[in-house]
Write a protein that binds this ligand. Structure first.
Ligand code: AMP
Length: 251
């Protein structure tokens, strides 16, 4: 059983994001980039399925600028067997990524695709769902547990939903998107980082895959969130209730 894991290169989650002064987007100059944290969870799950003898191959795929190959090398250091880089300088929106991933799925015929539930840069939470729709495959989103059936024709997936957990049965091939509680990703060891340099990384382009990636949405303006105003100390509960009622008007 082959597993395909899409991995996105995003601003590292420890970096304080800065908006460009002209409001046209986020400043990426000299900013540390890393693998989207939900995709690390996805790689870990795929590698664990391989270690358990359920998956036979884990293929990582990333779409974006040439530097995405660093993200793919990390995926391979974490255990992916090989990688595919779809290189483009075009801004990629979720529908374009889903179409690219569909084209890769048509060639690779994986039994499972495991994207993250969302990318922490645009918080779109769309790519996995769109990919499942384009492929006509079942989808199990926000997975916190994945158990593949012994005959590998289906899987039971526990999903994080409002107020609890839901377990659903899906047939394979399917798209399963990861929630953070699915597992705790391992760290890449130095020997595995060295080994990853020699693993195969194939490069292709949207044109070669026959996909038009032109953006459908236009960003009009990007702005910083409003600065938090300082708090005040109130003398007693009555003063607090008065402020909530008459100033904040929340009760
Ligand atoms: P999003 O729908 O943008 O929140 O992204 C959800 C997931 O789709 C991510 O966690 C990745 O697994 C995958 N994904 C999104 N964009 C890309 C990309 N450019 N390359 C590879 N995978 C991507």
């Amino acid at each position: 059983m082959k597993i395909l894991v899409p991995v996105k290169r995003v601003i590292d989650y420890n970096v304080k994001v800065r908006v460009k002064s002209d409001g046209s987007g986020v400043d990426l100059a000299n900013v540390k980039m890393s693998m989207n944290p939900f995709d690390e969870v996805a790689i870990e799950e795929a590698v664990r399925l391989k270690e358990a003898g359920i998956a036979s191959e884990v293929v990582a795929v990333s779409a974006g600028v040439a530097a995405c190959q660093e993200t793919l090398r990390t995926a391979m250091a974490l255990g992916a067997d090989r990688s595919i880089l779809i290189v483009t300088d075009e801004e990629l929106q979720p529908l374009a990524v889903a179409k690219l991933l569909k084209a890769v799925c048509d060639k690779e015929a994986p039994q499972m695709v495991i994207p993250g539930k969302q990318a922490i840069d645009d918080d779109a939470n769309q790519t996995g769902q769109m990919l499942a729709a384009l492929l006509g495959w079942p989808q199990a989103t926000f997975a916190s547990k994945v158990v593949v059936n012994a005959d590998k024709t289906g899987a039971a997936v526990t999903r994080e939903i409002d107020g609890g957990l839901e377990t659903i049965e899906i047939s394979l091939p399917a798209v399963v998107t990861t929630d953070l509680r699915l597992n705790e990703p391992r760290y890449a060891t130095l020997p595995n980082i060295m080994k990853a340099k020699k693993k195969p990384l194939e490069t292709t382009t949207p044109e070669a895959l026959g996909v038009d990636v032109k953006p459908r949405l236009k960003t009009l303006k990007v702005a910083e969130p409003a600065k938090r105003a300082g708090g005040v100390k109130v003398a007693d509960v009555a003063a607090l209730v008065d402020k909530l009622k008459n100033e904040a008007k929340v009760i």
